[in-house]
Design a protein around this ligand. Structure first.
Ligand SMILES: O=C(O)c1ccccc1NCC(=O)[C@H](O)[C@H](O)COP(=O)(O)O
Length: 212
């Protein structure tokens, strides 16, 4: 299973989290976020990572030019669109950056959102389901209603996000079978400052599930 730890801002934490077993690190390229990192900060963090992990830039409402500029300069291997980007926008981005994994995030306010996902299947590689919050785009710590997602079975891979923690991840994975999970505030001391004890615990718990 893919395990993405999102909202990395500190070089030493990026390396350590990769060492602990994360398969993907997320970098918030949304200026209004408390976890925002500049192009230069991403370059500094990425330079220190010796393991092969997916490097995911999270954008919301950015235009094609901005994304096309930052991706090659930072070495990002994936782009996560976390705003209201249309299928058409995803198509253009995929054409512009064909070798970059394109992840479209959906903030699930109600069941209708799930119905609106299918037009994206042809243009994105991966989906991500996150919790809805009226003021915050992401990193909210709110969980989704997992029970309502038991029938969610898209034809492409998907990440479960939203309020996952070392304490509730087993419960989530008992009910749902995503391709990957995404955690941010559930393994943090404060926004952008990861709690490595919690990250370590997460991987210990996931290893226990694997061993069963
Ligand atoms: O994390 C942010 O600050 C953020 C800001 C703007 C857009 C997206 C953002 N995060 C996206 C993520 O992929 C988070 O990992 C996801 O929302 C889950 O966060 P959490 O509920 O804290 O685990």
């Amino acid at each position: 299973m893919r395990i993405k730890i999102c909202g990395i801002t500190k070089p030493e934490q990026g390396q350590e989290i990769a060492d602990l077993g994360a398969t993907a690190l997320g970098f918030i390229c949304v200026p209004s976020s408390p976890r925002y990192v500049t192009q230069r900060q991403i370059q500094t963090i990425v330079k220190q990572i010796s393991l092969k992990v997916d490097l995911i830039g999270v954008f919301a409402g950015a235009n094609l030019t901005q994304i096309r500029e930052i991706v090659p300069k930072t070495g990002l291997t994936a782009v996560q669109l976390h705003g209201n980007e249309s299928p058409e926008f995803c198509r253009h981005l995929k054409q512009a950056l064909p070798h970059i994994e394109l992840i479209k995030a959906f903030r699930v306010k109600n069941a209708e959102v799930l119905i609106q996902i299918s037009p994206y299947f042809n243009w994105v590689d991966t989906l991500l389901l996150d919790a809805y919050h009226p003021q915050q785009l992401g990193g909210t710590g709110y969980t989704l209603n997992w029970e309502s997602l038991t029938g969610f079975n898209p034809p492409i891979p998907w990440f479960l996000a939203g309020g996952l923690t070392p304490d509730n991840v087993i419960d989530a994975l008992t009910q749902l079978h995503p391709t990957g999970i995404d955690l941010s505030s559930g393994v943090e001391r404060s926004p952008g400052d990861k709690n490595l004890t919690k990250v370590r615990r997460l991987f210990e718990i996931l290893a226990e599930i694997d061993a069963k």
